[in-house]
Write a protein that binds this ligand. Sequence first.
Ligand code: SF4
Length: 291
Amino acid sequence: MNRNNSGQVKRPGWLTIRVRSGDNLDYVEKILADNHLNTVCREANCPNRMECYDRKTATFMILGRICTRNCRFCNVTGGEPPPLDDEEPARVAEAVDKLDLKHVVVTSVTRDDLPDGGSGHFVRVVEAVRARCPGVIMEVLIPDFKGDRDSLEKVIRSRPHVINHNVETVPRLYCALRPQADYSRSLTLLRRVKDGNNGIKSKSGIMVGVGETKEEVLGVLKDLRDSMVDFVTIGQYLAPSKEHYPVVEYIQPDRFAFYREEAYRMGFEYAASAPLVRSSYHAADMLRAGG
Ligand code: SF4
């Protein structure tokens, strides 16, 4: 494995991020700033930000910028979060309107400090966006609400088109990468999204290159399908900094193609699998393709 001077695995030539520029960049950034809104695009330093902004889409991050957890791969700041911002749902709706978004993705930090884990706030955002932009497609990328069923039911009752919850990695690596999370709790949450035949699409995703084996990834795909998950995303982990969990391996593009084929063979309606794929990347295409 090629390593650089500080011993980190060298990023391969085929993993280049084409920096795009365009008028939409400034436009989107200004709308977000004017409305005091956070995006996971910026917080997670997402490599696709330029492309998504250009396509007039962004993933809003609600419930503040401080997470009560501290996953080793994540660029979001951990600590004691501020109180809820009751104006946030209206501001998200205003930004959606101004950006003329057709497919809105709303995610959040994890708020284990709140009795309902922030699920009530998710519902208020979905309702505010729907009231202001009736035809918009709503996708929520939710935390695990510590497995609380009522919190999840609240979000399900708000009827987003897609409920996404990432399992992020293989169960063996949970202790090292996301010690406050629980793999089977996440699978239970995803299965519950599909209870009651409510027409909501479920979605999950993992990052690879953190030391998992091919067999472990196939195991996760099978577990997700057994939990009736419709859409899956698989992307290369990129360490936000030297302090974060190191990249163990840059997975070759043909391995991503293999995972995609296996996912379709297992029955996923849509599988996005490539180095720069992220949870909300081309989210609108998924729903269009998944019907
Ligand atoms: S729970 Fe989510 S936002 Fe919080 S540290 Fe983990 S990945 Fe980041």
